[in-house]
Ligand binder design. Structure first.
Ligand code: PGA
Ligand code: ZN
Length: 426
């Protein structure tokens, strides 16, 4: 068969934090060659697929030589002769081959790179762009981007507690226009920081390094940047936060190092409610820790009509967790990160579970990224509606935004911008 896999090769490449990662290259009988690269998180949920790392001294124990040996050995052998169009069968084979509940044996990193490379190979072999291969002839929409202006949390040495201070522009007429607005805000924020002597480069995802004295100072500055860029906060440009609360909280206790205090779940919800009162925040991710399902539920009950409530570390791109969250109303949206799931099939299952239950779905990058643009195609081809990649600086981020611009331009008048994609509690 022309689309059968004739070779699977793993090689070591580098991510945006100078850490080794895995690229997988698949060749088909018809000569198609396709590649994909595994990303890596820093604020990982405990329920995620686990990356396989070598340990020891080199690169802080983060080398991936053993995982690559698995790709070139047992994975290549298992995939030989398989039809690249049989994504479900190949992913099931990878899961069986690994044999662990958290993908620790082969590594979530080797598995997702392989799974994504297979998908690319199938699309290329059908001579279709990946988004088109996934969407078929059904309608597609271009997702709303949420874009980081200040980094924080685990991506900025915990200079502030909150991880992502982002802007989101659902009122833009197009993806391109949302990026235009965001770029003006980013410029304005840089200018304000410079004028105050606070400009200290950028954090892991390209947002400005948050040299602030408090979390609120960052929010204040973000509103000032939106105004300085001549936009109306809450109308033209709104705010989205990823609290990533598992990074500073567990067992109902939250240590806000920047604000110098420790609070309980109720205190955390009150703090966020106060910010939602005072700032134009329309989406909040991981408002409480991953072990705090009751806290998520209380937050949705209190704020779910004013803000979209996204589960990331809490739901870890897992269909069963999404179903449970829908049943107990603990989120209104789910972040979709392919490497949290470990295969394309499981990633899609989590997204489908979200859609089935009326959740918002946000395809997302990781803090450790590369030039790989697979997720831009997933976001369009699966009609996710929302897309999160970090900031609008650094090549590993702009690679994804720019790919989305190309897709939007290619679709022309057929491109529907999903400005209505955010989901609130009813
Ligand atoms: P991570 O952060 O890739 O470091 O896990 C991204 C996020 O929390 O959304
Ligand atoms: Zn997150």
């Amino acid at each position: 068969m022309s689309s059968s896999i004739v070779s699977t090769v793993g090689r070591r490449v580098w991510d945006s934090r100078a850490r080794p990662t895995i690229e997988v290259e698949i060749t088909l009988a018809d000569g198609t060659v396709a590649r994909a690269i595994a990303p890596a998180g820093a604020s990982t949920g405990s329920g995620e697929a686990v990356d396989r790392r070598d340990g020891g001294d080199s690169f802080g124990g983060l080398d991936v030589r053993h995982a690559i040996a698995s790709v070139n050995g047992e994975i290549a052998k298992a995939l030989h002769g398989r039809d690249a169009h049989d994504q479900t069968g190949i992913d099931a084979l990878l899961i069986k081959l690994d044999g662990t509940p958290n993908k620790a044996r082969l590594g979530g990193n080797s598995m997702i790179a392989t799974s994504m490379a297979v998908l690319h190979a199938a699309a290329l072999s059908s001579k279709k762009p990946l988004w088109h291969y996934l969407a078929g002839d059904g309608p597609v929409s271009i997702p709303v981007p949420e874009i980081q202006i200040f980094g924080g949390g685990a991506h900025a040495a915990r200079r502030v507690d909150i991880q992502d201070f982002m802007v989101i522009c659902p009122t833009a007429g197009s993806f391109a226009e949302a990026l235009d607005r965001t770029a003006e805000v980013y410029r304005a924020a840089g200018g304000l920081l410079k004028a105050r002597g606070l400009l200290q480069g950028v954090a892991d995802e390209g947002g400005f390094w948050p040299a602030f004295e408090s979390n609120e100072e960052a929010l204040d500055m973000l509103v000032k940047a939106i105004e300085a860029a001549h936009f109306q906060p809450g109308k033209d440009v709104s705010i989205s936060l990823d609290v990533a609360a598992s990074e500073f909280g567990a067992k109902g206790r939250y240590r806000l190092a920047r604000d110098g205090r420790e609070i309980d779940t109720e205190g955390m919800i009150q703090l966020l409610s106060g910010w939602i009162d005072r700032f134009p925040i329309i989406s909040v991710e991981d408002p409480v820790a991953e072990d705090d399902a009751a806290g998520f539920k209380a937050f949705v009950a209190r704020e779910g009509k004013r803000v979209q409530v996204i589960g990331d570390d809490f739901l870890v791109t897992d269909a069963a967790r999404v179903e449970r969250s829908a049943a107990d109303k603990s989120c209104t949206a789910v972040l979709i990160k392919p490497n949290q799931a470990g295969t394309i099939f499981e990633t899609k299952a989590a997204l489908d579970a979200g859609k089935r239950n009326g959740f918002g779905t946000i395809v997302s990058a990781r803090s450790g990224e590369t030039e790989d643009t697979t997720i831009a195609h997933l976001a369009v081809g699966w009609n996710a509606g929302q897309f999160k990649v970090g900031s609008i600086s650094r090549g590993e981020r702009t690679a994804k935004w720019n790919e989305m611009l190309r897709i939007e331009a290619h679709l022309g008048a057929k491109a529907r911008f999903a400005g209505d994609a955010l989901v609130y509690a009813r």
